[in-house]
Design a protein around this ligand. Sequence first.
Ligand SMILES: [Zn+2]
Length: 321
Amino acid sequence: MTFDQIIGHQQQKDIFRRAIGAGRLAHAYLFEGPEGIGKKLMATAVARALCCLEGTGCGSCAACRKIDHRNHPDLHMVEPEGAGIKIEQIRRLTRELAYRPVEGRKKICIIDRADSMNPAAGNALLKTLEEPPGDTILILLSSHPERLLQTIRSRCQRVPFHRLPREEVLTVLTERLGIEEPEARVLAALAEGSFARAAGSGREEFGSLRREVFAWFSAERLTDPGSRLRLAEELDRRKDDLPDIIDILQTLYRDALHLALGRGNQAVNVDATDFITRLAGGKTIHSLLGKIDSLEQVRRQLERNVNRQLAINVLLERLAA
Ligand SMILES: [Zn+2]
């Protein structure tokens, strides 16, 4: 992945193009921002640019290919093993970084999900950050930088990454991955800027969950108390899927709102027009807004670990009303 091949993140690309061109890279960076929006791609592009035999991050020389295959001797990847990054991994890294680069001028170390380091591992890394070997660039990636030790954060140059605009995700899906327009539009909207979610390994699962939501939340099932009870039990069992289910429902109700306002062309779920029409049927704008609001409330309640069963029951009552 070269800088040019990365979609979006223009400002971040410029920072690194300039710093690499001028030979003025910091010793440590912290890439912070939501999961799946390209932080690791950018870190890999930096590694390529530094190791490339052509000096450009060309993507085709032996060094670039080794970076892509994660087997370049000067690239050190640290990722969580089990629940998180362990102190042994940081100790191993510190030993490796003590040597000079093998093939290039720099050693690059990418620490993915750096916030999963326990305090012991964090303190071990701190020593390296305090006295970094001169030929080493450390790049920490994190979607929860607030969980990192403050002393680690303060020793890194922080580079914020933001969600990609929907149109940019759509471009990648249609032009690079060849996904057909209607499906790509739905995926791009649901991904909320997370490219991994729109196109990554979770895509198939997400698609089938979406189909299940259509079946569960039909108007007939919502209004029948018995069906509603069974649905509540099913949702309680599927607790890990609940945040995604709520996301999907929110886009459906927002589409229903668009429809009610005569803005059907702005709908996201272009493949589910019948479902949305029934969802919007006979409801006022006020009522639809209330349902969207209820979904948002439940999302926040679930994040705070409130009584899940109760939250689900209240939600279903409100959606049925
Ligand atoms: Zn190259």
